[in-house]
Design a protein around this ligand. Structure first.
Ligand SMILES: Nc1ncnc2c1ncn2[C@@H]1O[C@H](COP(=O)(O)OP(=O)(O)OP(=O)(O)O)[C@@H](O)[C@H]1O
Length: 513
């Protein structure tokens, strides 16, 4: 259909519209269009004929079954893209194979029409549900559908898209994923992260006269911005991956500086994706976006509170969660028994991820396991970046089947076939718990998580009970004895991974009774 063919091509074409940002959609009849006017350009998405042809009852069934909630579900809502063939024709779509998966995941289905329309989008979906591709496709589409402007000027690389990740390993993983898509349409992506020499990254930034997409951790990106090796002044597409973590106190100033180096929010498209969306960061998100559409997957919307329905914290329901209330002194022996049990017989090479809270604890647990003859490696903030990368590679390759980690590995890492996650010490927040266990049970697979809970963790018992109940998991009596009250989280102490806990500082969040 001729109109479909031009569906994404009008992106970035000046239409003489306002310099501001406005949105508009036609009714959800055939030929639904999502249009955003920004910075003198019109960004529009036209529903394909194939998607038009799907009956309304099928669409409603799909939305219900996939538990898709869109913050502005109304007559003007854009239909979910239920097959890859329903993405409007574009330069990227014409590349075969564009992706090797059979169907889009719910977060991809529901968020693509909005993100492809140029809308600011918040995407909330369980761990391992394909959020990376959910933001990568619109990013590459956005860049490939406008004429390239100057990308390298003076000493600076002028990136047109920036993706910010909380950890180095996640930045590297996202870079690998988006590079694959970007290269299909002749775009380049560079990854910037700390802990390694800057010179190699400088060379990469200058190669081929600049990079179109920058995937970065905040610290290293700020360094390159301050020395003017990188300029974000031409950014048209910005993503905060693990958005709640990026908005939390630990990163708030960095994000302010990074997004402050991009064109104002009215002149760029901003996407935020995460599996957890605590109240504490929601107001902050709105400050960086324009009229965002919120796409939530999962039956976790409560009426009221924020006007559109509050998003409850939810763990991936394909993970079998077990909580064992144990004596703090017996944790290592119990860990050993759990590992021996999990890696019995034909399962001897099954991957197990063991989480500790503190770096020193991770070192101790790794040594203990080595002493017991277990092949183990580790990843935490006291290790050099090369060692961190080596450990992760060994774990991914299966040469070491047990990885001991701090929360630096809790978010986003997509390691194939992690069969079991063991929490030796409970994390600082319940969100971190959801992310930690989310390293298993990814992409539709089943997973298992065992948590050793002690009296020291009792402040978390209420929120943990809620998570277990929400995912239909057994709640042990011993856990209930610690109480079911949910303590309100203090925003400035939210999360722990990235900057590992400094034992010399007095914690505000950890309460040892
Ligand atoms: N449409 C799809 N069909 C099947 N698998 C997919 C699809 N899209 C992505 N995947 C795969 O699913 C896995 C998880 O995806 P991804 O890492 O993007 O999850 P995520 O939602 O970002 O998780 P987290 O919240 O932990 O960061 C990856 O291995 C990815 O390749």
């Amino acid at each position: 259909m001729a109109s479909d063919e031009s569906a994404l091509e009008s992106r970035g074409q000046p239409n003489g519209g306002s310099n501001g940002h406005s949105t508009g959609t036609s009714p959800a009849a055939n030929g639904t269009i999502g249009t955003v006017h920004r910075n003198g350009s019109t960004y529009s998405y036209k529903q394909t004929a194939a998607l038009d042809a799907v009956s309304e009852s099928e669409i409603q069934d799909f939305l219900k079954k996939a538990e898709i909630h869109i913050s502005e579900l109304s007559a003007s809502s854009l239909r979910p893209i239920t097959h890859f063939s329903q993405i409007p024709p574009s330069k990227l779509m014409s590349k075969k194979p564009f992706v090797t998966f059979n169907t889009p995941t719910p977060i991809q289905s529901a968020s693509w029409p909005y993100a492809l329309s140029g809308r600011d989008t918040i995407g909330i979906a369980e761990t391992g549900s394909g959020k990376t591709l959910a933001f990568s496709v619109p990013c590459v589409e956005a860049l490939s559908s406008v004429k390239k402007s100057k990308r390298f000027g003076g000493h600076s690389t002028h990136a047109r898209a920036v993706i910010v990740s909380p950890t180095r390993e996640l930045a590297m993983q996202t870079h690998a994923a988006i590079s694959e898509l970007a290269s299909l349409v002749g775009l380049s992506a560079v990854c910037l992260y700390g802990g390694v020499n800057k010179d190699e990254q400088r060379v990469l930034l200058r190669k081929n006269s600049g990079a179109d997409i920058i995937v970065a951790t905040p610290g290293r990106l700020k360094d390159f911005l301050s020395e003017e090796t990188v300029s974000l002044s031409e950014v048209m597409f910005a993503v905060l991956d693990e958005a709640d973590r990026m908005l939390d106190k630990g990163f708030e100033d960095d994000i302010k500086q990074i997004l402050g180096s991009c064109p104002p929010r009215e002149k760029r498209q901003t996407l935020m994706f995460t599996a957890t969306w605590p109240m504490s960061v929601r107001g902050l998100a709105e400050g960086y976006m324009v009229d965002p559409v919120k796409v939530t997957i999962g039956n976790r919307t409560r009426a009221g509170e924020d006007g559109e329905g509050a998003t409850e914290l939810q763990a991936n329901s394909r993970i079998a969660q077990t909580v064992e209330v144990v004596d703090p002194h017996g944790k290592e022996q119990r860990l050993l028994a759990l590992l021996r049990e999990a890696q019995k017989g034909s399962a001897k090479n099954d991957r197990v991820l063991v989480f500790c809270l503190y770096k020193k604890e991770a070192v101790r647990v790794e040594k203990f396991l080595q002493w017991q003859g277990i092949r183990v490696c580790s990843i935490h903030g006291d290790l050099g970046q090369e060692q961190r990368t080596r450990s992760l590679e060994a774990f991914k390759a299966g040469t070491t089947s047990v990885l001991v980690a701090t929360d630096v590995a809790a978010r986003g890492l997509d390691i194939p076939e992690v069969k079991l996650v063991i929490n030796v010490t409970f994390p600082l927040t319940i969100e971190d718990y959801v992310h930690r266990i989310g390293r298993t049970g990814r992409a539709g697979k089943q997973g298992k998580a065992v948590t050793l809970f002690t009296e020291h963790d009792k402040a978390h018992s209420g929120s943990l009970v809620n998570i277990l109940r929400g995912a239909n998991q057994p709640v042990p009596e011993e856990l209930l004895k610690f109480g079911t009250t949910v303590k309100k989280k203090a925003h400035d102490s939210y999360g722990s991974f990235f900057k590992d806990v400094d034992m010399s500082k007095k914690g505000t969040k950890i309460t040892f009774d």
